[in-house]
Write a protein that binds this ligand. Sequence first.
Ligand SMILES: Cc1cc2nc3c(=O)[nH]c(=O)nc-3n(C[C@H](O)[C@H](O)[C@H](O)COP(=O)(O)OP(=O)(O)OC[C@H]3O[C@@H](n4cnc5c(N)ncnc54)[C@H](O)[C@@H]3O)c2cc1C
Length: 293
Amino acid sequence: MVSKHTSPRVLFPQSINEALQMAAGENSPVFWAGGTGITASLKPNSSLLNLPKVIISLRMLDELTRASRSELGMEIGSMVTLDRLASIRRRILPPGLPETLALTGNKPLRCRATLGGHIAQALNRKEQGCLLPLLQLLEATVEIRYLRERPRRKPVSAVKRIPLTQLENEEGLGSSQLITRVNIPASSWNFVVVEKLPSSESTASPLLFHSLARIEKSVLTDWRAAVSDATGRILRNRETEAVVSGRSLPFSARDRSALEDGIKWLTKPWEDRPEDCAAVLRLAFDFMRKAAE
Ligand SMILES: Cc1cc2nc3c(=O)[nH]c(=O)nc-3n(C[C@H](O)[C@H](O)[C@H](O)COP(=O)(O)OP(=O)(O)OC[C@H]3O[C@@H](n4cnc5c(N)ncnc54)[C@H](O)[C@@H]3O)c2cc1C
């Protein structure tokens, strides 16, 4: 059987508006950021890659490659690569980000993969996005640009800023919605745990445990934690977060019991992996013990 292959049309918009216009005028266009997710998901077809028909490269959009920090927080352009983010000085980056970047793929992947591509890929395909749980705990907001239709008039460029937690519940991004920036508000977390389980080679897909705490004068003023896996499932237990926040350290027996129940609830979907669940519990208690020292 002879199958016909046509090369994709690759468009290089020079501005965000042009990218949106191009996306609106094409049938099933695909934004191309680092290309790692797109190429990894393609099925080889007769030794040729089955590329999308229309690719809109975001490479010329310089304004999306900037990252800046102010007293309000950090603003990161969607075309900033994970490696460039990791090269920013540790004390400038939000807490937990250097550790989470280090366990996201390997260096060659991070040199190509972008923050916008990472978020879009995880949201659209409901798959592993190591950075998503941390960004949610940090209350990150995603800026999305799109063309808004108007009756009897030309569509106009519009922007919306959506908390990542809310975006995760939506049905992915539309094909002409462009992630332009990620905003992470300034925060004063002073204790962080980021752990991948199992940490050794294993066939099981890894679980991620993220925990952030603010401790002032032996009081746990705020605590947040998330457990996630490669299917894109991210779990938090806000009830336990509220119960233990504001408690004195070290914990009383009652607080310890509340934390234990909360962590057990958090890891329930993975109860077929008792060792990893026990490790999460241990991490949470080690964390509280160290915080109390
Ligand atoms: C070998 C390998 C190992 C990996 N290991 C890990 C890992 O350990 N942990 C982990 O979390 N992930 C891992 N990944 C996934 C990786 O993080 C993603 O492939 C990567 O972040 C996607 O970014 P990109 O810039 O390459 O996106 P692309 O591949 O260019 O795009 C991915 C998707 O997002 C869309 N998109 C891109 N940019 C935008 C934008 N600005 N606005 C709207 N839509 C956009 C594209 O249209 C496409 O649908 C791995 C991937 C590979 C190939």
